[in-house]
Design a protein around this ligand. Sequence first.
Ligand code: BES
Ligand code: ZN
Length: 857
Amino acid sequence: MTKKVARLFNSFKPEHYTLFLDPDRDSKKITGTVTIAGLKKGRPSQRLTFHQNGLTVTKATITRHEKKGDQAFEVSRINHQRSLDEVRLHTDAMLYGGSYSVTMEFTGTINDGEMHGVYPCNYELDGEHRALIGTQFESHHAREAFPCIDEPEAKATFDLTLASPIGEEVLSNTPVKTQTEKDGRLHSTFETTPRMSTYLLAFVYGDMQSRETKTKDGVLVRVWSTKVHSPESLDFALDVTKRGIEFFDDYYGVPYPLAKCDMVALPDFSSGAMENWGLITFRESVLIAEPKTISQSSKEYVALVVCHELSHQWFGNLVTMKWWDDLWLNESFANVMEYVGPDALFPEWHVFDMFAGNEGLSAFRRDAIPSVQPIRIEVHHPDQISTIFDPSIVYAKGGRLINMLRNYLGDDVFRKGLKAYFTKHAYGNTTRDDLWAALSEASGKDVGSFMNPWLEQPNFPVVHVDQNGKDLSVTQSHFVLDPAKVDAKRLWPVPLLCDTPEVPALLEAKSTTSVLPGTAYVRLNQGALGHYIVDYANTPHLNAIAKQAEDKSLSVAERLMLLSDSSLMARGAMLSFAATLELLQHYTDEDSEPVWDIMSLILGDARRFIDAEPKLEPAIKAQIRTLIQTEYGRLGWKEQPKESSQDTKLRATILGLGVYAEHPDITKEALALFEAYKKDEQAVSGELRGIVFAAAIRNQVQGAFEYLLQLEESTQNPELKNDARGALTVTRSSEQAQVLLGRLKDSKKVRPQDVDHWLVLIMRNRYTQQEAWDWLRNNWDWIEQMFKADKSYDYFPRYAASALNTRKRLQEYKEFFEPLQDQISLQRNIVMGIEELETRVTWIERDLEAVKKQYAI
Ligand code: BES
Ligand code: ZN
C-alpha cells in the first residue's frame, strides 16, 4: 500500500500569487519572493503549509486580513519537510480560518541536467555553448520554482515578474505588461493570468527568433526557436496554430481566452509537448518543419501535436480535472482532438484512418496485459502521477473511448454538451460526473452508465459471434492475454455497431440471441469504433468477412481491426498465430497505409519467432517480398506530383519492408540513392531518407556508419537526427553497437531526452540486443540518478519488456527488475513487463510448430 500524501488544498485555498523570480543562468541559482493571498480553511492551527521541493525559504511573514484591519503574525519557525515536499510556517499564535497573505523569500536552483522545474536547454550556436532557460511544471514541479499549493484544484491568478539577461527574449503565459532594467537585469512583469492551476504556469528566456501572425479574432500567434534553425522552419507550425485556434474557437463554441499564444521549441525537452496556457512548449522535432527536408509523416506529426496541445487550452486549462485520478479527462480528450483538429484542417490526410492504426493498435496491445491499469485510477502519491500518463491507456484507449462516445451521441450533440460544460465550469475544476452531466443533458442518454464501466475496468471484451443460418447468438467475455486470468463476471455495455436492425444496439448482459431476416453473415463493430474485438466462431463466417477485406468492401479501419483482432486472439490463446498469418494472405492487394501498419506489426510478431527458430528468418523475408510486390509495382520509388499523402507514406513502408527483406531491386536502388544523397541532400525525399540510410547500414556500405554518425552529431535538424539514429541502430555489428552505447552517457553527444530511444532501438535489434540489455543493467545506477524524477523513468522497464522474446531473457528480466519493484514509479511497469514477457514467451512456445508449418519449415 502506498502511503497517502495529504492534500494541502484542504487547509489553504490560494486566490492570487504575486511572484518575483530571478533564475540566474550562470550561477544556476534562483532567488525569489512570493506573496500568496488566500483563505485558510479547516481547523484553527499554529502553522501554514505549502509545497516546495529543493527550495529554502529564508524569511516568511503572515498577515491576516480582517474588516477591522490587517494583523501580522510572527513566524517563529520555518520547517522544511523535505520528504513530504513541504515547507511549514509555524506561529506561536493560533491561526483561525479566514483571509491571509503569506510572503516568502526563498532560494532554489536551476535543475541542470534535468528537464523539470526551471531548467537549462543547452545548445550550440556557431560553436559556442548557449542555453535557454525554460520550465516544465506538470505534473508537480511548480514547487521546484516557488512555494505554492501545487495541486490542480488550487487555481489562482498570477502576477509574475521575471528577471532575465538584458537583450534576450522573455516569455510567459500572458503578454508583457511592463519592463524595466534593474541591477543589470531585465525585469518583466506579465499581465495577470486567468485563474489557473500551478502546473500550467511557464516562462522561457534566451536568444530566440520567431514568426508571427494573428487569428481572425486578433489573437497574436508566434512560433519560437533558437537561432540554429531557419526562420522558415517555424512557418508550418505557425499556420497550423493559427488555423487550429480558429477551428477550436468554432468547434468548442467558446473563444480562446487569452490575448496571445506562443509556441516554443526547446532543445531539451522530456516529453513531446506541454500545454502551458498561452506558452506551449515542444521538443524541437515536434515543432520544427524545415521546408526543404521535412517528410510527410513528420509534418503530420507536428500538426497532430500542435492540435493536441491547442485543444488542452480549453480541455485541461480552462476546465481542469480536480485531481490526477481524472487525468484522462485531460489527455483522453486531447487525444481525440489531436485528430479532430487536423481532420478539419487537412481533410486530404484522412487522419481518422490513422487514428485506428496509431491509437487503436497501441491501446489494444497494452490493454490486453493482465495487470494494466484502468483509465481512471486512484492516485495518492506524487511518484504515482508520472506512471499514470501511460500513452497506450490514458491517451490511446481513453481517446478511443471518447471517440466511441462521440459517435454514440453524434458529433452535434457532443459539441452541444461540451459547450455547456465549458460555459458552466470555465476557470474551474471538474470530475467526470460533471462531463457526463453536460453530455447526458444534451443527449437525453445516461452517459455515465455507458462510460463508467469502460473507464473503471482494465482490459476489454471479446464478442463471440455464432451465426447458424438465421440464428445468431452474441456473447461477450473478458479478454486478456493470459487465459488463466479471465474474469467470467466482468461485463461492459458493448455497442454492437451492426447494420442489421434485429441485432440490439447495446449488449449489456452476457449474451443475446436474435433471429435474422436472412442468412447473410452479420458483421459487428462496423466502423471499428468500439473498443472490443470480435471473434467469428464459425470458419465460413470468418472467411466471408476476410473476403470482404480482400475485395475492400470493408473500410480501412475495419480491414485493419480484422487483422488486429486476429493477432490479439492468437496471443490470448484463442487461436493459433498460423491462422493470423493465413488471414494475412487476403491482404496481398492492400493499398492503404494504415492497414499496412498492422500488416507490418504482424510481420514483426512473426519475427519474434526467429529467436526460437532461426530458419524462419529467410522464410519470413521471402513472404515479405511476395506481400509487397503489388504495391511496389504501383508506387515504385518516385513521388508522383498529385499522389495522396497516404501513398507517399505507404511507399516508405513498402520500401522499408523491402530493404529488411533483402529485395534485390529495392536494395540496389536504395544503395544508389545513398551515394546520391552524399553528393546532394535533395536527391532523396524526406519520406524515404530514413530507409535509404538504413539500407546503407544494413548492407554494411563502407564508411556509412561513420558518415551517419557524423551527420547525427553535426546536424541541427531534428528530423535528420532521428533518421540517422533509426539507421545507425540497425547495425549488426557488435563493435558499432558498443560505439553507440558508449555515447549515451555523454550529454554533449546524446541529449538526455533521447537516451531511452537510442537504447530501445539497439535492444529491439536482434543482433545487438545482448549489448544493449547488458548496457541497461550495467548502467542502471546512472539511469536511476539521471531519470528518477523524469517522466521517462518508467519507460526503461517498459521498453526492455517490449524488446525481449525468450525464456532466458524473461528470467534475466525478473532477476534484474524484481528487486526494483519497491520504487513506486517503476512498480506497475515492472509487473506488466514480466506479464508481457511471460505471455509472449508462452505464446511463442505454443505456436512455434504451427508457425513453422505455415512457413513450410
Ligand atoms: N500534458 C502533456 C505533457 C506532459 C505529461 C507533461 C505528463 C508532463 C507530464 C501533453 O499535453 C502531452 O500529452 N504531450 C504528449 C504529446 C502528444 C501529442 C501525445 C507527449 O508529450 O507525449
Ligand atoms: Zn496532452
